[in-house]
Design a protein around this ligand. Structure first.
Ligand SMILES: [Zn+2]
Length: 430
């Protein structure tokens, strides 16, 4: 089953927003009550608490408490689910012990079975019906997925006060023939090199410039931050400045999301196999002098979005080891020790002039194909065309060394065919 998601902006009226805020607050209280219930039972009776038990208590208590009764039953149940998940994560050592929640105007609540009629999108009248809230005006920027039903709908209030609805759809009719045959993958494979100067470089030679969203917004962010820190805490102006700061951060986040969405859609639409380097961003940020640029690049989100969309478009995303991808020559597999600052270099063995990033992207593509068990396809003339031209053209520094090189190149090309099998070790980590 392939899930797909749609996130839309909501424009609630004052009254609707009031109801939504009240739902947030009720969810927070329920969370705290459920948490202390679990805590107490463990401390006093050494008993663990199951979701089912809490669910049963909730049903009983809804008749007593008007606050709880004002919550939609699915929304209340979902809070118990969330706390159950939080404890599971804690026991599996993936997370810390769940915390009590303070009052906050930002947060989210979920209709867990939206197909039961609790949430009804109305594209024609541009509104979203939410049970216990009302018909909330909104903008559908695209059609709902075909032959799917809405599974969950989560309402999110961001720190800057904007409301969004995140809808997750599930296929009712299973999509057939989604995954193409292996043979089809080879027709449109692409390797992607993640970088700082160009945020991505593809094996087809396309470079997308780093948008530097954070760096561009930094001046303004700094200013807003400074204004905020000068205000007297909890004064009216402090709240206003806090809001402005939250707005600024949310703006950068949305810009990046937009950028990554467009890029990932472009990739999955055109390519059957997309290979990324498996970068350990967390390690890089720790050790690198340009940690901020790496954060700003947001490759993680790009890769994640691409993986998600690939499911829908029937493409395959693979991550390959990044080691030496910038130094290995795509054509002859030899390693060229080159410095990070060098953008273009001549391969030591075969003499081809390589653009560092494009070469790396091609190496990534080769490793990706090997990973899904496909041999590297013969490079098409179009692929090697520009590089050859550079290597043999009159303006090339490589050509100046004489005609001997041509023989040398030919010998290596023959050699290259036998070394094409060298990509096999990567199959080991399938
Ligand atoms: Zn080479």
């Amino acid at each position: 089953m392939v899930p797909s998601a749609l996130r839309i902006r909501l424009y609630p009226s004052h009254e609707q927003e009031f109801r939504m805020l009240r739902a947030l607050e009720e969810c927070r209280r329920l969370w705290n009550e459920a948490l202390s219930h679990r805590k107490d039972r463990w401390q006093n009776e050494r008993k663990s608490t199951s979701y089912n038990l809490q669910q049963w208590i909730l049903t009983a208590e809804r008749h007593e408490s008007p606050g709880l009764a004002s919550l939609h039953s699915q929304v209340a149940q979902d809070v118990l689910h969330r706390i159950d998940n939080a404890f599971t994560a804690f026991f599996q050592r993936r997370a810390k012990y769940p915390k009590f929640k303070k009052f906050s105007e930002s947060g989210s609540f979920t209709y867990s079975q939206a197909y039961n009629g609790s949430v009804k999108p109305d594209l024609h009248r541009r509104r979203l019906f939410l049970s216990r809230i009302g018909n909330v005006p909104c903008v559908f920027h695209r059609q709902l997925p075909m032959d799917s039903r809405m599974k969950t709908c989560t309402l999110v209030r961001e720190p800057d006060g904007k409301w969004f609805a995140s809808m997750v759809f599930e296929q009712v009719v299973p999509l057939q023939d989604v995954l193409p045959l292996n043979a089809e993958l080879t027709t449109t494979p692409i390797g992607v090199d993640l970088g700082l100067l160009s945020i991505i470089t593809t094996s087809e030679g396309e470079k997308v410039k780093h948008p530097h969203l954070l760096r561009n917004a930094e001046k303004k962010l700094k200013h807003v931050q400074r204004v905020f820190s000068r205000k007297e805490k909890k004064s009216n102006n402090w709240y206003k400045a806090k809001q402005r700061l939250a707005s600024q951060h949310a703006h950068v986040r949305r810009q990046r999301m937009d950028f990554d969405h467009k890029l990932s859609t472009k990739l999955v639409r055109a390519h059957g196999l997309i290979a990324f380097e498996d970068l350990k961003v967390r390690n890089m940020v720790k050790s690198h002098s340009f940690a901020k640029s790496i954060h700003d690049a947001g490759w993680g989100q790009l890769v994640k979005l691409t993986e998600r969309k690939a499911l829908v478009y029937g493409s395959v995303v693979v991550k390959v080891p990044a080691a030496f991808s910038t130094q290995e020559c795509f054509f002859c597999n030899s390693i060229n020790p080159v410095e990070v600052s060098i953008r273009e270099f001549a391969c030591r063995s075969c003499g081809r002039v390589l653009d560092r990033d494009i070469n790396a992207a091609k190496v990534v593509m080769k490793r990706g194909l090997a990973k899904v068990g496909l041999d590297r396809p013969e490079p098409k003339p179009a692929e090697i065309g520009p590089l050859r031209a550079q290597a043999t053209g009159p303006a090339s520094p490589v050509e100046e060394t004489g005609t001997k090189r041509a023989d040398h190149v030919r010998a290596l090309e023959a050699h290259d065919n036998s070394r094409g099998r060298m990509s096999q070790p990567f199959r080991a980590d399938l």
